[in-house]
Structure formats: structure tokens, C-alpha cells
Design a protein around this ligand. Sequence first.
Ligand code: AMP
Length: 119
Amino acid sequence: MKTKEDCIFCKISSGDIPSKFVWSNEDVIAFHDMNPQAPVHVLLVPRHHSDNILDLAAEEEGRQVFSQLLAAVPRVADALGVSESGFRLIINTGKGGGQSVMHLHIHLVAGEGLSESIV
Ligand code: AMP
């Protein structure tokens, strides 16, 4: 598994920066966003470091890491109690896509107000 020394999400994954996980396994961690934009706002983060989804797609282990993320979605949604009510997943990519932390992650947002979608 690839990690990056100066990456904040790698440090959260390794425990160097303390965080209370909503859910985790050996491949993926999920924790509350520190600046929530919705009543429920959780980040799903692969422990494997890729700067963004384009980099991951170009890596040999990209598909495996992405399936680990996919498998985590229902687990995290269950842990948050939003499987029935519904939620939205967002992957910001690059500066133009609003990405501020350069370690691939999925935002899971849920709760009142999500109907005002731009897509
Ligand atoms: P993005 O803008 O898509 O890169 O999302 C990065 C997200 O990470 C932002 O919503 C930040 O609020 C969140 N974030 C950054 N540092 C932390 C941290 N230490 N713990 C929790 N959330 C964080």
C-alpha cells in the first residue's frame, strides 16, 4: 500500500493524527468532515494514497482500491443510518473540481437540504 509522508489523510489513517472513525477496515477509513456542509458529512478515504481519481485510475492497483471503496459505501451508509433515507456521493478532482486535500476521498452527504442539487 502506497502512503505519502506529508499527507494529512495518510496521517489520519496511520493514527498519527487522532480521529474518531465512523467505520474502518484494513483498506478504508470513514470519519466526519471537520467542516460539514450537510447534516451528515463523512469522508471515505482509502488507506492507499493516490492524489486523485485520475492518478488512481492510472495505477496497477487502482481497480482493487476502488472496489474496496465501493464495498465500504454500504457499510458506512448503514453505520450512519442513511441506507434507507438516501445520500449523495461526491469526488472532487483537482483545483477546478474543488479538491483541497490531495488524497482521493469520497464525500458522503445526507440530510435536509440536499434536494438543491446542481446535477
Ligand atoms: P475536498 O475539498 O474535496 O478535497 O475535501 C476535503 C475535505 O476534507 C474538506 O471538506 C475538509 O473540511 C476536510 N478535512 C480536511 N482536514 C480534515 C481533518 N483533519 N479531519 C476531517 N476533515 C478534514
